[in-house]
Write a protein that binds this ligand. Structure first.
Ligand SMILES: Cc1ncc(COP(=O)(O)O)c(C=O)c1O
Length: 417
């Protein structure tokens, strides 16, 4: 069979709707400066789908730091991978400041969180080692595990009884193979918004002897009294052996980092293939991240504003009887009953008639008869935005109940892939 014929005959779970939803449900173009108010297809929209948690994307000091660094160094600098020619005193400074912030001995920058996580897992493990991980782990964790040829045990999301069951298996296997055990969870789970039970996991640490890696992409900058993340929130910073955060969310940038003991960071720096064989983070992103970190540390009012908005939105939605699941973080899922056809019509109605832009999650990420609309409150939102949104959701729920969205199909949209 011709390979290309085979590829196009199997577009995959997302690609099957590529033509019908292009430019609207998939690859929508949000325009204007990043904020709570942007433009979609020429119309102003109230935006709830960006992880710009602290509103840093357009903070004047951030914009200035990014611009000045771009003017001084350009986007090319430094050229090459860190190990060869892409290392600078700014990269080192950012690593030192992140390590101090996370109360770890050392940190290392990663050029993308996704690639970094894949390589962290790959670098830590050999075929004798065993992994125990949460069933709802992000794709970067699952893809890192694809490279692992040793045993792995998965436990149902945050289920500590099953966790113990699996860690017992892992211990038995590790005793036989002579390997170690790595436990992996997220800090904040990005879809449901609940927290990884770090405290619960750590209760088993002494008994079963494992190392804990936490992907805190959504928790870094948003959770904990200083913004140091979910481990700080749960009072277990010491128990987390390897902490991972990205700059793509609360930091409103690109890049990521891993923090741990110095000997582990040193080992990772010499083993992570996605970093050794790829270009270093550009200077504006590094210098811009120093500014962002400075704002996170010294402007707690940004986090306070975020949480004021989070509480108003989540309390308001709950009071109106909406199911927002078990979120304990800014991530706010709204669960409604319906299929893909209804989901697409609701999203279109919200965008066209209420001027609200949010992302929808459908089967297979959630069960077939569930629609999950995910709202991301940020420090840039206002109480007015919250009220408009709760009112709009109340109306669409009524329409859903009246069967107004049950005509099926995807409403016509303009562009084709
Ligand atoms: C839990 C989690 N881990 C890792 C990543 C990847 O981070 P990055 O965007 O820096 O590649 C994301 C981003 O979507 C995420 O949500």
């Amino acid at each position: 069979m011709d390979l290309f014929e085979k590829v196009v005959s199997n577009p995959g779970p997302l690609g099957q709707f590529a033509d019908a939803g292009y430019g609207y449900y998939y690859f929508p173009k949000l325009e204007g400066e990043i904020s709570n108010h942007m433009f979609f297809r020429g119309k102003p929209v109230l935006v709830w789908s960006l992880n710009n948690y602290l509103g840093l994307a357009n903070h004047p000091e951030v914009r200035r730091a990014d611009t000045e660094a771009a003017e001084k160094f350009g986007l090319a600098a430094p050229m090459g991978a860190r190990m060869m020619s892409g290392h600078t005193k700014y990269h080192e400074q950012l690593e030192q400041e992140l390590a101090v912030f996370e109360k770890k001995e050392a940190a290392y920058l990663l050029n993308y969180g996704y690639m970094g996580m894949v390589s962290i897992i790959d670098s830590l493990l050999d075929r004798h080692d065993i992994v125990v991980y949460d069933s709802e782990s992000h794709a970067c964790i699952l893809d890192g595990l694809r490279l692992h040829i040793g045993k792995r045990f998965v436990y149902p999301h945050n289920n500590m009884e099953r966790f113990e069951f699996q860690i017992k298996h892992a211990q038995k296997s590790a005793d036989q193979s002579g390997g170690g055990i790595l436990v992996i969870t997220e800090g904040v789970f990005g879809m449901p918004g609940d927290l990884g039970n770090l405290k619960g996991i750590l209760r088993f640490k002494e008994k079963y002897g494992f190392r804990l890696l936490v992907d805190d992409a959504h928790g870094f900058g948003t959770m904990g009294i200083t913004g140091a993340g979910t481990s700080e929130e749960q009072g277990v910073m010491d128990g987390v052996d390897i902490y991972f955060g990205t700059f793509a969310k609360a930091m409103a940038g690109i890049g990521a980092f891993v923090a741990s003991e110095k000997r582990i960071i040193k080992s990772l720096a010499f083993k992570m293939r996605s970093q050794i064989f790829a270009k270093s983070l550009p200077m504006p992103m590094v210098i811009g991240s120093l500014k962002r970190l400075d704002l996170i540390r010294n402007h707690p009012e940004l986090r306070e504003k975020l949480w004021t908005n989070v509480h108003a939105l989540q309390k308001g939605m709950r009071e109106k009887g909406f199911d927002i699941g078990k979120t304990q973080s800014p991530v706010t899922p709204v669960f409604l009953k319906g299929g893909v056809g209804e989901a697409t019509q609701i999203v279109a109605d919200l965008r066209e008639n209420y001027g609200i832009f949010c992302s929808v999650v459908i089967y297979p990420v959630v069960p077939k008869d569930v629609i999950m609309i995910r709202l991301i409150p940020t420090a840039s939102h206002t109480m007015e935005d919250v009220k408009i949104t709760i009112d709009a959701f109340s109306e669409i729920r009524t329409k859903l109940g009246e069967g107004k969205y049950s005509t099926g199909g995807i409403p016509p949209v303009a562009d084709k892939y």
